[in-house]
Design a protein around this ligand. Structure first.
Ligand SMILES: [Fe+2]
Length: 229
């Protein structure tokens, strides 16, 4: 497969082991974003295509930083998250194939693993920053579990018209969407518990070319400086 003319593609995740599914029970509370309703882990990799396959090199752990222009809620600061403990490489490999990620360049990826919960006290906000772009070249959102919830409807909008959805879908567990983050805006509605409490488990992988990487001292200073600007 490849991204369609509008710049996205839905695909099935490879078979997901119990270790991956259970790893969402062991994320760390996110004190930086959301309304106290999310847990997460974060890791970064360098990807290079060699001998017919993507080679994944896990980068030394650093804080996560994004620009305020992409995330007015928590951009421009260093957010210290715990590293991802489970092996998601085969799932990310499938995402690379679906885009397909251009093989003539080296890439840097940010991998976020989240659980968002909703109950009587906590509204199930998934995207506190609203309709947005992440600021990368490609983004892949993968859904691993929807437990006792409705909602989490994804919309995509064209870069030149932030108001009008061009695509709407509620991804079930086991499905993912890859999209061109420069061509499209994305948003996901809140989750709503069916009974007392529910949650949604996802990963988000964002792809940047190595020479535009979101990694290292120079990048962090740039993103934090912009945040102060
Ligand atoms: Fe996003």
């Amino acid at each position: 497969m490849t991204l369609n003319a509008q710049g996205f593609q839905i695909f099935d995740l490879p078979e997901t082991g119990e270790d991956v599914l259970k790893s969402f029970d062991d994320l760390a509370f996110d004190e930086y974003i959301g309304n106290g309703n999310r847990w997460r882990r974060f890791s970064q990799y360098r990807l290079e295509h060699r001998d017919g396959d993507w080679e994944f090199e896990r980068l030394p752990h650093r804080p996560y930083v994004t620009y305020s222009k992409f995330n007015p809620i928590a951009g421009g600061i260093r957010r210290h998250y715990q590293p991802i403990e489970v092996d998601l490489v085969e799932h990310i490999r499938e995402a690379c194939a679906q885009i397909p990620l251009p093989e003539d360049d080296v890439w840097q990826i940010n991998v976020h693993q989240y659980r968002v919960i909703a109950n009587k006290e906590l509204q199930g906000v998934v995207v506190p920053e609203g309709v947005h772009q992440d600021g990368h070249e490609f983004v892949v959102i993968s859904v691993y579990n929807r437990a006792g919830i409705t909602g989490a409807e994804l919309t995509l909008r064209a870069a030149d018209d932030k108001e009008t959805p061009i695509f709407t879908a509620t991804l079930p567990a086991g499905q993912a969407i890859a999209f061109d983050d420069r061509a499209l805006w994305h948003y996901v509605t809140d989750i709503v518990p069916v009974e007392e409490e529910g949650h949604r488990d996802i990963t988000v992988v964002s792809f940047s070319r190595w020479n535009e990487r979101w990694y290292g001292d120079a990048f962090e200073e740039d993103a934090i400086g912009e945040g102060r600007g």
